[in-house]
Design a protein around this ligand. Structure first.
Ligand code: PMP
Length: 395
């Protein structure tokens, strides 16, 4: 049976039209397919391969750990060096309120656990989220994600969730003493890269403090350098009670994390104990990969290069007559066109010409660019030449 036939028959589909590239290998910003083609990866597996594909330091760290041991026990029981080191390293990058990590397996699981922790810590049940937000696809995270079309077939979802407009200071009055937690992407990703005002995030922090509601920043997409700082909240100096990470954290291996104060986190260990549990969370091989990735991102000069690279992409595309708008922070970009059809046409053109850009789930008139943070200026220019040629061809 051909690989494509196996894929079509034995792997569950997520859409009627998967891209279906048959992967041979990947290196740096390039993905190579079995038919001998090379693609410039301008999306990094949706913000995952932040230090590029097959980074030598990540491979070395994974190999060393794999030879020592892989899974030995469920999360939270044994002391394992790469897990300890990763937690300590992240704590060193975070403010004093965010010093205790709980490693999980994905972004959605990190958010599930963060929502549970908010309920456990406050004894309240109401959850507030924001219009156009996205937090994952399991029941809890889907409950606080906005896209109603995607949620409808799976109702009933978690009760007591409420949505308010993003970036509206007035709307924050909806947060009250009944609110357990407020979950927000400090820069919305799937909404097509929406950047809130300083005033809004400060008012949100203040309102949560006033009402005793826990503020959860979902930095699954914005974390680990994507926006030019290690964490997007650093652009605002607004600190959440709980921070969630995944995607770029693992350097290509699956890992998520939710991070809070030790005081909050210990609530999961009693009344009842085992308040959140996971078999694979904190997998030592994934943690070794995440640690190597974090050490690359924190090397001197690495973060400082991200914003100029994003600016270069913006400059190369912004004046094209078919570009309606670009929204961007660091290397997280949304490029808005006139219509969904134009977005489809452009993505297909770029794919046919060896450049991978991609859709947003819910923002159909824009496409995303989120390349490996290690991309060079020349690679950016090469990709943008193809995107420009595709834009020229749009009707
Ligand atoms: N939160 C945000 C902001 C995301 O962008 C995503 C993934 N697109 C998730 C949560 C869910 O992460 P995962 O797919 O790893 O469950």
């Amino acid at each position: 049976m051909k690989a494509r036939d196996v894929f079509n028959k034995h792997l569950a589909p997520t859409s009627p039209m998967p891209l279906g590239l048959e992967i041979s290998h990947a290196q740096g910003v390039h993905i190579y397919t079995t038919d001998g083609r090379t693609y410039l990866d301008m999306i990094a597996g949706i913000g995952v391969a932040s230090v590029g594909h097959a980074h030598a330091q990540v491979i070395a760290a994974v190999k060393i750990q794999l030879e020592k041991h892989a899974h030995v026990m469920v999360y939270g029981e044994y002391i394992q060096e790469p897990v300890n080191q990763l937690a300590q390293t992240l704590a060193g990058l975070l403010p004093h309120k965010l010093q205790t990590c709980y490693f999980v397996n994905s972004g959605t699981e990190a958010n599930e656990a963060a929502l549970k922790l908010a309920k456990r810590a406050t004894g309240r049940t109401q959850l507030i989220a924001f219009e156009k937000g996205y937090h994952g696809n399991t029941h809890g995270s889907m409950s606080v994600s906005a896209n109603e079309t995607k949620k409808q077939p799976y109702r009933p979802l978690v009760p007591g969730t409420r949505f308010i407009p993003f970036n509206s200071v007035e709307a924050l009055q909806a947060i009250t003493e009944e609110t357990a937690g407020v979950i927000i992407e400090p820069i919305q990703g799937d909404a097509g890269v929406r950047i809130p005002s300083q005033e809004f995030l400060e008012a949100l922090r203040e309102r949560c403090t006033q009402t005793g509601s826990l503020l959860i920043f979902d930095e699954v997409q914005t974390g680990m350098g994507r926006t030019g700082k290690m964490f997007a909240f650093e652009h605002y100096q607004v600190i959440p009670d709980i921070l969630t990470l995944a995607k770029g954290l693992g350097g290509g291996l699956p890992i998520g994390a939710f991070i809070a104060s030790h005081r909050l986190m210990q609530l999961l260990s009693h009344h009842p104990m085992l308040g959140h549990i996971t078999t694979f969370g904190g997998n030592p091989v994934c943690c070794a990969s995440a640690l190597a990735t974090t050490l690359i991102i924190t090397q001197p000069g690495f973060l400082a290069n991200i914003e100029p690279k994003g600016q270069l992409i913006e400059q190369l595309l912004q004046n094209h007559p078919n570009v309606a708008a670009i929204r961007r922070k660091g290397l997280m970009l949304a490029v808005e066109l006139a219509s969904e059809q134009q977005v489809d046409e452009l993505i297909n053109y770029c794919l046919a010409h060896g450049v991978i850009i991609y859709w947003f789930l819910s923002t159909r008139n824009s496409f995303r660019i989120s390349p490996p943070l290690t991309i060079t200026s020349n690679e950016i220019k090469e990709a943008c030449r193809v995107i420009q040629a595709g834009l020229d061809k749009l009707n």
